[in-house]
Each structure stands twice: as C-alpha cells, then as structure tokens.
Design a protein around this ligand. Structure first.
Ligand code: HEC
Ligand code: HEC
Length: 297
C-alpha cells in the first residue's frame, strides 16, 4: 500500500529534494567535493556524497516514503501500451490532458503492482468518459500500471530515472531475433528503411512493438454478437466492458448491446498474435530489436 499522504509528501519532498539536487551538482560522484560549505561557513559532510547513483535514488525514495519500487522492465513494456491507449486522454506522461492527471490519483497511489489498477481498468468508468479496457490481458494491464507508477516516481523522485537510451541493444542479436521471431508474418519489405520512418528511436520502438491501427480500419478490432432472439450483429468494436458492447456495423450504424445471459460476443483483433508475441519479449530482446531496426535506414 502506498501512503495516501503522498500528495503532501510530494510537496514537502520537492522542497527537500531541491536541496539534495543542488548538492548533487557539486558532488556528482567524485569524492573530492564530498564536503561543502554550509551557510555558517563550516564544512559539512554530504550524506549522499559517497553513494552510488542507485544508493542515492534508494535513499531518496525512502525519504519520500514512495512505497514499493516500480518494475522498470514491465514499465518499459507498458510504455507503448499507455501511449496507444491512454495518452490521448491522460497525456504522454500521465500528467493529464482531457482526462485527469494520474500522478496524484488515489487509484494509482493506493496500488502497488496492479492489484487495484487492473480491476479498475477492466471496468473503467464509462459513464464518466473513462473507457473499460476489458479485452486487455492482465499482463498488459499490469505493465501499464507499472508504467504509471514509474511516472509517479519520476515526478516524486526527480533525477532518479533518466530517459532510457533505448539504443543500448546489440544490433546483431536483434537481427537474429527478428529472423527467428518476426519473419513468419513479415517480409524484409516490412522492415526496409524502417529506421528512417520514425522521428526518434523511441518512436521506432513504440512503432514496432505496438503498430498503430491505421484510419482505414484494416486492423480494427471487430466483433460478432449473437443476441438471444437469434440475430447477429457484426462490426467494428467502439467500446466494450463486462456489461455492454458497442459495435459499428458496415452501414456505419452503432449498436449498443447489453451483455446479458444469452448474448454471445466473439471478438477478433488482427494484432492479437502480435501482442501475444510482444508479451513474451524480454527487455534485452526489445533493445536488441530496436537497435537493429534503427540501422535499417
Ligand atoms: C477517452 C479518454 C480516456 C482514455 C482513452 C483513458 N482514460 Fe482514464 N480517465 C478518463 C476520464 C475522463 C477519467 C475521470 C473519470 C472520473 O471522473 O471518474 C479517467 C480516470 C482514470 C483513472 C482514475 C483516476 C482517479 O483517481 O479518479 C485512472 C487510474 C485512469 N483513468 C487510467 C487510465 C489508463 C491506464 C488508460 C489506458 C489504458 C486510460 N485511463 C484511458 C479518460 C480516459
Ligand atoms: C503472428 C504474426 C506476426 C508476428 C510474429 C510479428 N508481427 Fe508485426 N505485424 C503483424 C500484423 C498483422 C501487423 C499489421 C499489418 C501490417 O502492417 O503488416 C504487423 C505490423 C508490424 C509493424 C508495422 C508495419 C507497418 O508497416 O506499419 C511492424 C514494424 C512490425 N509488425 C514489427 C514486428 C517485429 C519487429 C516482429 C518480431 C519481433 C513482428 N512484427 C512479429 C503480425 C506479426
């Protein structure tokens, strides 16, 4: 359980941390500068001076009472999922846009590793504009949860987490991984010049992990709904929850169906296999593949 007083801790922490950050500038890892003049003129030992960056981060998170540490590998897998499904409303770093900021959300702060967030995200609050993510797997929702926790951490424990350099991978290993795992569905055509198609390595990584669904709907999630009276409604899924599904048929008409007993819903996601594959990706594979694809200019 994360402390619910975090909002207060954040404000206090920001002030306290400003002091830490200020002194970090001087020390930056070398011990010569490990003492500093206080305002009174005496030499004071800086408690952070002889720590590794990891130790400093841990000390700061203890000081701020940040609770359990986010799982960074999971958060990295969750980043493209968040970007695709949530950032439109909550902003790219969960700081809020048309939807609220998630940094100070009670649902987020009371959660450690998805135990509250996953059930919340499955249901959403459709009546308030927060869609239900009923078709995502627990693993995907857990990764998204870790991504959000990492954003909270980044705000609270400033300077702890640097933007990951995703090109730390080994391009040769990435090439081998692609040959083994991607060519069942793709040809070299898919990847030709892919390194120049995206504006940054970061976007390239998002692009191949979580291909965007083009506006032509070729990759849209579709559903076939059988109703108790024997009817069938098929089309593109606009919204779905445990209770209700909204489908747009080929004529462009929206049908909202209550998922009562006797209603049978079968959904098809053209990218389902892609997502399944991605969930098995290890962090190293992910970095290696990105490093390789980046070379295909
Ligand atoms: C279409 C816009 C939209 C999308 C997409 C969306 N949200 Fe929301 N979300 C909202 C709105 C609006 C609220 C506020 C609902 C309310 O007032 O209770 C909300 C509330 C939340 C809350 C609860 C905040 C609180 O403490 O009350 C969480 C957590 C959340 N969203 C996470 C997510 C995640 C994670 C995703 C992606 C998987 C996502 N949302 C996608 C609009 C959206
Ligand atoms: C089970 C089949 C399957 C596997 C395996 C697979 N993909 Fe895909 N991938 C798809 C489908 C389907 C699409 C969407 C249609 C399209 O754009 O080709 C897609 C789209 C993409 C796109 C977007 C292409 C574009 O033109 O926008 C990239 C990039 C991509 N995949 C990369 C990969 C990489 C890298 C791997 C291996 C790590 C991989 N895929 C493995 C099925 C697969």
């Amino acid at each position: 359980m994360r402390p619910l007083i975090l909002t207060v801790a954040l404000a206090a922490g920001a002030a306290a941390f400003a002091g830490v950050a200020g002194s970090q500038e001087g020390i930056n890892g070398d011990s010569q500068n490990s003492t500093q003049k206080s305002s009174a003129g005496q030499q004071v030992q800086n408690p952070y001076a002889n720590m590794t960056p990891q130790q400093r981060a841990a000390a700061t998170r203890t000081f701020l009472g940040l609770g359990v540490e986010p799982d960074k590998a999971a958060a990295e897998r969750g980043a493209p999922l968040f970007s695709q499904n949530c950032s439109f409303c909550h902003g790219p770093q969960a700081h809020g846009a048309t939807g609220p900021s998630l940094i100070t959300s009670d649902v987020v702060l009371s959660d450690d590793h998805g135990e509250h967030l996953i059930p919340f995200l499955r249901k959403g609050r459709p009546e308030k504009g927060m869609p239900a993510f009923a078709t995502m797997t627990d693993d995907q929702l857990r990764d998204i949860s870790e991504f959000i926790h990492l954003q909270v951490e980044a705000v609270a424990n400033r300077g702890t987490y640097h933007v990951l350099n995703i090109l730390v991978g080994d391009a040769e290993k990435g090439k081998a991984y692609v040959a083994d795992h991607c060519m069942a569905c793709h040809t070299t055509e898919t990847f030709a010049h892919i390194g120049s198609k995206f504006r940054s390595p970061d976007q390239l990584q998002r692009g191949w992990i979580w291909p965007s669904r083009p506006a032509d709907n070729a990759l849209a999630i579709t559903a076939t709904v059988k109703t108790p009276d024997g009817g069938t409604i098929a089309g593109r899924v606009r919204e779905v929850s445990d209770f209700r599904i909204a489908v747009i048929d080929s004529a462009g008409q929206t049908h909202v169906i209550d998922r009562q007993p006797g209603v049978d819903v079968e959904m098809k996601d053209p990218l389902a296999a892609h997502q399944a594959l991605i969930m098995t990706l290890k962090n190293d594979d992910m970095h290696n593949v990105s490093a390789y694809l980046e070379t295909l200019k």
